[in-house]
Design a protein around this ligand. Structure first.
Ligand SMILES: Cc1cc2nc3c(=O)[nH]c(=O)nc-3n(C[C@H](O)[C@H](O)[C@H](O)COP(=O)(O)OP(=O)(O)OC[C@H]3O[C@@H](n4cnc5c(N)ncnc54)[C@H](O)[C@@H]3O)c2cc1C
Length: 250
């Protein structure tokens, strides 16, 4: 990517104003994926000074600031206390620790990348997103529909109360993009998300017993081909990973 001006606003209102005033401004997360872009932007808006790097808890929820890095989430004690190794498993294969010390949760969500393991994991947790202008949006709605191109993600809210969690993935080599990702949250119902299809993760809620896993997958998910795997390979792998994930939540 190229940009003509660089802005480091001191508060959200200022950052949002720059985004509105300029036709082709861009928000920087960790700038790890964006920098591969060939476009030229008018202004790059750096969120570093906005205080959006935090993980905190209240009675019901955990709140993660949009500028928090993947490695902080992976290693944070509050996250581990409520979600065990669920997030660690979904993040630890992403490139390397130096990379995960830069890439942010905000950039990972707003990019809506098909391969995003964090999106697969967050999909099953009934999260909500808080945007500066558009306010609160359900995570599922944002991933499936919402266009918030000219807005700034401020934080992610995750309810502490969750069921038994499992995260499974398949990749050809450590640190490569995943071929398929599966997350399960087993509570009074089952939340099942499958990502890297290669499209972005889709969440389906189901009753607690799945009688036929392959049938459930073929009825609810669509798979495609890319250089890493064919659609039919992905569909077969999805059954295997989902079966293992469900066994883990028993
Ligand atoms: C080489 C490489 C390999 C990767 N491998 C994997 C992998 O195996 N598994 C995986 O899950 N992920 C992988 N990723 C993706 C990575 O985990 C991050 O999700 C991604 O790089 C974006 O993180 P970032 O914080 O740098 O966002 P950026 O690149 O800075 O931004 C991404 C997008 O989000 C927007 N944005 C950022 N923050 C905000 C905000 N607060 N509000 C609104 N919009 C915002 C930006 O404008 C941009 O459009 C890989 C990325 C790279 C570059």
């Amino acid at each position: 990517m190229k940009f003509k001006n660089y802005a480091k606003p001191q508060n959200l209102a200022e950052a949002y104003q720059i985004l509105q005033n300029e036709k082709n401004a861009v928000i920087l997360g960790g700038n790890t994926y964006l920098r591969l872009n060939k476009k030229t932007f008018s202004t790059a808006i750096d969120l570093e000074n906005l205080g959006l790097n935090f993980i905190k808890e209240n009675d019901e929820n955990i709140e993660i600031g949009a500028y928090t890095t993947l490695h902080e989430i992976e290693t944070n004690a509050i996250i581990k206390k409520y979600f065990g190794d669920f997030f660690t498993k979904s993040l630890k294969h992403i490139v390397g620790i130096q990379f995960r010390n830069i890439a942010t949760i905000g950039g990972s969500i707003c990019g809506k990348y098909g391969f995003s393991e964090l999106i697969t994991a967050l999909s099953v947790l009934n999260c909500t997103l808080v945007f500066h202008q558009n306010g609160v949006i359900a995570f599922k709605d944002f991933i499936e529909n919402s266009q918030t191109k000219n807005d700034i993600l401020v934080k992610i809210i995750i309810p502490k109360k969750c069921g038994r969690l499992s995260y499974k993935m398949l990749r050809n080599a450590d640190s490569d993009f995943p071929i398929l990702t599966v997350a399960v949250n087993k509570n009074s119902q089952l939340n099942i998300a499958i990502g890297s299809c290669p499209t972005v993760a889709k969440l389906i809620s189901a009753k607690n017993e799945l009688e036929n896993i392959s049938e459930f997958i073929s009825q609810n998910f669509t798979f495609g081909n890319d250089l890493r795997a064919t659609a039919s390979y992905r569909e077969n792998i999805a059954s295997v990973l989902l079966k293992r994930a469900l066994e883990e939540t028993l």
